[in-house]
Structures are given as structure tokens and as C-alpha cells.
Design a protein around this ligand. Structure first.
Ligand code: NAI
Length: 332
């Protein structure tokens, strides 16, 4: 059986090889999946794909025609997949629902602390022999109100970590979160997250309801100087509203591990090119903005878990072709 693994960087390949190559012949490619690269998948019953691979109807139809019947996503988010089209075509889509919520939660708190205490600026200053503290003033996390959007695995962990700092933690989720109550985290309407929080952190999936959940309106209802953190998905935030909020001072700090147009930039070295995305480049000019390139998940443990679960998903597909599989997304 032919398997093609898209968007497979050397570090992905190393982790995947350990578990996949023992059983199957895999073609690894660093190319992202799109209309140009899908010819590689011709004759492959299984493909594996990552966060920015294009899996819309046009690509899925061509994959199906080429013989693909399983898409094994090596990630939790699936906003890049047209699940309806996959279902109609009879392509199974499986994912890795939780490879390391700890990795993402720890990175999230890291962004908060870095923006607050300005580690990124201190690193450069001290190396240049500049020990001035002007512009380095932070605030105690203790006693601050943190608003979390999305009470899933990652959101709850972020809440737990910040409770340990002595923060008051509010959480919004459309579903009742009994585990939150037990952790001393208060579930509130989303409007209260916006109005009451000193720091707002996004941990919900990207879908029709959550697209641009952070927009000019929601920003206008926030505290002046609010810190916004997004390690969820780029499309949760309206970039032009962020730029306006930063220019006016309404947004005091912005930490992003994801960006709504990251597909054209992230995971590749563009250091010798002129980046054409003016909004992204504008964001980088603000001293109170910190961007990481979708690396919140990137720990040894997460890579191993992704590889192991991907192998289990492929095995489950092979042995249970017609049943609804545990990590399958197209099952109703
Ligand atoms: P999860 O599925 O455990 O939790 C998501 C939560 O969001 C659920 O409680 C769900 O009820 C809630 N939710 C659904 N619709 C909502 C809405 N309209 N408003 C607020 N909450 C809503 O997912 P998990 O593992 O906590 O991951 C959260 C997100 O983090 C993923 O969807 C993914 O996009 C992102 N992620 C980012 C990574 C990175 O490296 N930056 C790595 C892994 C995940």
C-alpha cells in the first residue's frame, strides 16, 4: 500500500520513520499538499497531512480519483479540511486529537510571561551591554483576571497553570464545563471575558462561529491595555482590527503562535526574500507584539505522540475499513 506523507520536515520524518517505516513504504515530501503537489499522491491509498495542507473539495476530488481513501491528519485542528466533501466522496479523515496539550499550554504561558516581563528585549539589551531598565516594567500576574475562550484540553490546562500564579481565571465555552468548576475556574458569557479580563487567551477551534471572534467590536469592549494571546488558529483574529487596536493602545500586548495567512509563511525559511504580506510585517513593527511560527506544539513528546497515533490510525483503517474509527472526523 502506497502512503504519501506531505509537509514532512526532517524533524517530522525522523519521528514518523521510527514508527511508520517498520510497517509500510512511505514517500515523505516536504511539499505542502495543494493542487500542484497532489500528483505525488497518485495511487496512494493513504496520505498524511498537516495544519496548512490544502484539503478543500477540489483537492479531495482529485485525491479520490487517484485512489486515496484515508487522510491521516498529523494534527488536532481540522479547519483546513472540507469534511462534508470528504464524507460525500467516502474518504475517511482521521486526526491526532491530543498530542500534547501540555506543550501548547506551556508555550501559551511562555508568551504571556515573555510579553509581560520582556524577556525577548532583555536578551538583546544585555548582550549589547545595555542594562537600562527603561521600558522593561512588567506587572504581577498574581491577582490578574485571565479570560480563556475554549474550555477543552488546552484551555483548561492554561487555566490550571494560571491558577497556580494566583490569577482569577474566567472561561467561556458554549458547553457546560463541570471540570472547570472543580478547578475553581468560573464559566462566564463571552462578553464578560472581553470586558473583565486583563489577559485573553484563545483555545477554541476555528469554525464559522469562531472566525474573527476577536474583531473591532470585541476589542472595543475590552480593557485598555489588554493582553491578547492566540495559540489556537490564526483565523480567530481579524488582523486589521489587531493593528488598529495596537496603534490606539487599546491592545497593550499581543502574542501569536498562529496567523490567519500563515500558510504562505510558516514552516519555511523566507529570510532571504521580501515578505509581501504587509499586514504581517506591520505587526512585527510593534515592540509589544511577539510572534512564533506555529511552534506551540513542537516538543519531543508531541512529535512522538503524533507519529504513534498516526500509525495507530492507519492500522485501524486497514483493519476496520467499514467501521467508524475512534479518531475519525467524518463519522456522524
Ligand atoms: P478541544 O477539542 O479539547 O477543546 C476545544 C474547546 O473549544 C471545546 O471545549 C469546545 O467546546 C470549545 N468550543 C467549541 N466552539 C466554541 C466556541 N464557539 N467558542 C468557544 N469555545 C468553543 O481542543 P484542544 O486540544 O484544547 O485544542 C484547542 C485548539 O488549539 C485546536 O482547535 C487547535 O486549533 C489549537 N491547537 C494549536 C496548536 C499549536 O501548535 N498552536 C496545537 C494543537 C492545537
Amino acid at each position: 500500500m502506497k502512503i504519501v506523507s506531505y509537509s514532512s520536515k526532517p524533524y517530522d520524518k525522523q519521528a514518523l520513520c521510527r514508527v511508520l517505516d517498520a510497517e509500510w513504504d512511505i514517500v515523505y515530501t516536504e511539499l505542502a499538499l495543494d493542487l500542484h503537489s497532489l500528483s505525488l499522491a497518485n495511487g496512494a491509498e493513504v496520505i498524511t497531512a498537516f495544519v496548512n495542507d490544502r484539503l478543500d473539495r477540489a483537492v479531495l476530488e482529485k485525491l479520490y480519483a487517484g485512489g486515496t481513501r484515508l487522510i491521516a491528519l498529523r494534527c488536532a485542528g481540522f479547519n483546513n479540511v472540507d469534511l462534508e466533501a470528504a464524507k460525500q466522496l467516502g474518504i475517511k479523515v482521521m486526526r491526532v486529537p491530543a498530542y500534547s496539550p501540555y506543550a501548547v499550554a506551556e508555550h501559551t504561558v511562555g508568551l504571556m510571561l515573555t510579553l509581560n516581563r520582556k524577556f525577548h528585549r532583555a536578551y538583546n539589551r544585555v548582550r549589547e551591554g545595555n542594562f537600562s531598565l527603561n521600558g522593561m516594567l512588567g506587572f504581577d500576574m498574581h491577582g490578574k483576571t485571565i479570560g480563556i475562550i475554549g474550555a477543552g484540553r488546552i484551555g483548561r490546562l492554561v487555566g490550571k497553570m494560571l491558577k497556580a500564579f494566583g490569577c482569577e481565571v474566567l472561561i467561556y465555552d458554549p458547553y457546560d464545563c463541570s471540570a472547570c468548576k472543580q478547578m475553581g475556574i468560573t464559566q462566564v458569557p463571552i462578553e464578560q471575558i472581553f470586558t473583565d479580563s486583563d489577559v485573553i487567551s484563545l483555545h477554541c477551534p476555528l469554525n464559522k462561529e469562531t472566525t474573527h471572534i476577536i474583531n473591532a467590536d470585541s476589542i472595543s469592549s475590552m480593557k485598555t491595555g489588554v493582553m491578547l494571546i492566540n495559540t489556537g488558529r490564526g483565523g480567530l483574529m481579524d488582523t486589521s482590527a489587531l493593528i488598529d487596536g495596537l496603534k490606539s493602545g487599546k491592545i497593550g500586548y499581543l502574542g501569536m503562535d498562529v496567523y490567519e495567512k500563515e500558510g504562505a509563511l510558516f514552516f519555511e525559511d523566507h529570510s532571504c526574500e521580501i515578505i509581501q504580506d504587509d499586514a504581517f510585517e506591520r505587526l512585527l513593527t510593534f515592540h509589544n507584539v511577539l510572534v512564533t511560527g506555529h511552534q506551540a506544539y513542537f516538543t519531543q513528546e508531541a512529535l512522538s505522540h503524533i507519529a504513534e497515533t498516526t500509525a495507530l490510525n492507519i492500522q485501524a483503517y486497514i483493519s476496520g475499513n467499514n467501521s467508524c474509527l475512534e479518531n475519525e472526523l467524518t463519522c456522524s
